[in-house]
Design a protein around this ligand. Sequence first.
Ligand code: HEC
Ligand code: HEC
Length: 260
Amino acid sequence: MMRAMAKHPASSWSGLPAALALSLGLCAGALATPKFEDTIAQRTLACTACHGEQGRAAPDGYYPRLAGKPAGYLYHQLLNFRDGRRHYGLMTRMVDPLSDAYLLEIARYFSALDVPYPAPQPASVPPAVLQRGQTLARQGDAQRRIPACVQCHGTALTGVAPDIPGLVGLPRDYLNAQLGAWQTRQRQAHAPDCMAQIAQRMDADDVTAVAAWLAAQPVPAPAKPASTLPAPPPATGGERWRCGSAPAVEAAQALTGVKP
Ligand code: HEC
Ligand code: HEC
């Protein structure tokens, strides 16, 4: 039922206000919902109407997965929507009245869910484009000052807890949209916004290539985020990165002696 709703979000609007009230912990009595139990799973049903059952993502590639993403990352995104660094009206309205503590509880709930990933998307780009995508992800492009994605997203690209999300298991359209949004500043992260700097050094071909390659990768098992960052690779080292939402990035570079 949730999947059907997610496929046709317009038809679920009538259900949304009731679900929204539940998510805010309001009016539970007034709604007289017969089977209402005050669990976080119940209170987040409004979220999973769009984000898929247990936050496993809707099948269309537009509503992102929440399940299993690092808790700090999810929490920062909820703050970003609430505080205007990311924009999606329907979500912002839902998280707007919620406290930091409640947003953290929601983030931890989804982060702890362990649900299967979809099969990788077959790549529909020429092999040379895929090769370019792989090079960007694994080595970066020193000449263009684009760092390797693995430097921060982890060697297996499953993310690094608690603040950096994985890049495998995400649909191509979603990756394209997010990198594009950073280029146009429609999406922002806590300052300094390292992802904005990186995305702005990429051109349209780079974005197409890296999104196509990432989306075509199987998600390794276990898919859990790594617990520590890999050592910064010398090839794209020399530049010191700071990410406002992931203090561990700077700390790892300091440990391995990358100079500012
Ligand atoms: C009407 C549909 C809808 C509802 C309801 C909804 N979301 Fe979203 N959510 C979206 C869309 C679409 C995006 C991606 C927006 C973008 O591209 O920036 C998103 C993005 C997110 C993200 C960022 C994911 C990432 O990987 O960066 C988080 C976290 C999130 N939503 C959590 C929630 C929670 C928690 C709730 C319930 C309180 C909720 N959403 C309700 C549609 C929805
Ligand atoms: C210097 C560290 C760093 C490097 C290098 C880096 N990233 Fe990121 N990336 C981050 C951080 C931190 C976030 C979380 C930002 C936030 O809190 O919103 C992020 C988030 C993302 C997201 C959002 C995922 C989602 O679920 O919405 C995408 C997409 C992304 N990065 C792509 C890339 C690609 C592609 C590369 C390589 C070309 C790359 N990143 C290299 C630090 C980095």
